[in-house]
Design a protein around this ligand. Structure first.
Ligand SMILES: Cc1cc2nc3c(=O)[nH]c(=O)nc-3n(C[C@H](O)[C@H](O)[C@H](O)COP(=O)(O)OP(=O)(O)OC[C@H]3O[C@@H](n4cnc5c(N)ncnc54)[C@H](O)[C@@H]3O)c2cc1C
Length: 411
């Protein structure tokens, strides 16, 4: 007899799983229990509302787990349900993919709402029961399946898929509720940390730059190997943000957690070597020796960035003239612009993070099926597992691939 599949969580992975399960015809009913008033709230906010739904180059190297290494755990899901299969699935629902820089793939409409809509439409068409405002507060193994507890009562299910996501961005529904449910069932949970998050840094040298955006290279040091990312950096009143900062933040979080001392180095003149920049600035000072230092870098850097860099390099007062710059001062200025050091003091936390690092301990799930090794019939997918991916569509790819693998192994 066909039984009931209960999916805990109506986010990216839960909705994808629901559609796949209903399409298979394996279950008598597919029920999604969602604690929020609507399904897919986080999905709507992805990619700045455009939904970077996958990345052409997704591979296990783009993912981390508690130990920080590329987890082999993701390989079976990513191989069985690779980017091509995920795109075919979404194309079958009506999404026309649009590839942008660095392999990032969006719906052609550039609306995250489209991705949520097509999943919802198909789920409804297939008779999936989407039950909102139904927080699952307990999962009890029972004869021939499970009993799920919600404020509305009890639900019996043959199989349970935990797709409850992570604790990042509570304003968008992020919660550790899924981890707590697993913990009650005897599963281990690795510490939940923010990933893809803004960084707090020492502010002494950058305080005047709040609100300014510049292009540059962000390098994080303090770990075994430095990691670098290029892109737009935003200076803020707590530190720095912007895509390259978010990219290296996962390593920074882990270093901080381990008691390390991560340092960010900003290269704001990456098109020049140090020697080239030195010669360029020297020639600039020689060409216009009467220019006040406060205006010396105008036209080459944002005015405030130039002035702040001069001060941070110990060059004062700015009412001096460019012609007075000594070679050691030019060297100090070059170092400031090419490797502006910002010790990392913290992160903006799970409250502001896009993704949760940590979660359900991977050794307690079979990577080939995503079934619990402790509780047969219980499966998990998406961010509730201790997997976090790089910024750029990789986290949603994991949500889709893991949801599809979990359902495939049930049918
Ligand atoms: C602002 C922002 C932008 C992002 N942009 C991108 C992007 O462009 N590309 C990308 O790849 N990733 C992006 N991410 C990350 C991506 O959204 C997540 O990795 C992905 O949504 C995880 O899917 P999931 O199904 O595991 O969890 P979620 O999508 O978070 O869904 C989990 C659902 O479970 C529900 N739930 C939790 N506990 C219970 C319970 N006990 N009972 C019932 N329901 C429960 C929650 O309310 C939630 O709806 C972004 C994240 C944020 C916050």
């Amino acid at each position: 007899m066909r039984g009931i599949l209960a999916i805990v969580g109506g986010g990216a992975s839960g909705l994808c799983a629901a559609v796949r399960a209903a399409e298979s015809g394996r279950f008598s009913r597919v029920i999604v229990l969602e604690r929020g008033p609507r399904v897919g709230r986080k999905l709507l906010a992805t990619g700045n509302g455009r939904c970077n739904l996958t990345n052409r180059y997704a591979s296990p190297e783009n993912y981390r787990c508690r130990t920080g290494r590329h987890p082999e755990f993701v390989r079976p899901a990513l191989e069985a349900f690779n980017v091509g299969r995920v795109l075919s699935f979404f194309e079958s629902l009506g999404i026309v993919p649009l590839e942008e820089e660095d392999g990032k793939i969006y719906p052609r409409s550039l609306q995250a709402a489209s991705v949520l809509d097509v999943l919802r439409f198909r789920a409804e068409e297939l008779g999936v029961e989407l039950c909102c405002d139904q927080e699952v507060t307990g999962i009890r193994p029972a004869a021939e399946g499970f009993v799920l507890l919600t404020a509305q009562g009890k639900l019996r299910a043959e199989r349970v898929l935990l797709a409850a996501g992570g604790a990042a961005s509570p304003k968008l529904g992020g919660t550790d509720s899924g981890c707590r449910l697993l913990e009650e069932l005897g599963h281990s949970i690795t510490p939940l940390l923010p990933s893809i998050v803004q960084l707090k840094t020492e502010l002494t040298t950058i305080r005047p730059l709040t609100g300014i955006k510049v292009d540059g290279i962000v390098t994080l040091t303090g770990g075994d190997t430095p990691v670098s990312q290029t892109g737009e950096i935003l200076f803020t009143d707590y530190g720095i943000s912007g895509p390259p900062v978010m990219q290296v933040s996962c390593q920074a979080t882990r270093l901080l957690e381990a008691g390390g001392k991560p340092v960010i180095s900003l290269d704001l003149a990456s098109e020049y070597t140090k020697e080239e920049l030195f010669l360029l600035l020297k020639a600039r000072a020689a060409a216009r020796p009467e220019v006040l230092l406060e205006n010396f870098l105008v036209g080459m850097f944002h005015k405030r960035v130039g002035q702040t860099a001069l001060k941070a390099a110990g060059i004062a007062p700015l009412s001096r003239k460019a012609g007075s710059l000594a070679p050691n001062e030019l060297n100090a200025l070059v170092s400031q612009l090419k490797s502006w050091k910002l010790p990392v003091t913290g992160t903006m936390g799970l409250l502001n993070a896009q993704v949760t690092a940590g979660g359900a301990e991977l050794s307690e799930f079979d990577p080939n099926t995503l079934e619990s090794r402790l509780i047969p019939g219980l499966y998990a997918c998406g961010e509730v597992l201790d997997i976090d991916g790089d910024c750029g569509g990789y986290n949603l790819q994991w949500a889709w691939s893991s949801a599809m693998l979990a359902i495939e192994s049930m049918i």
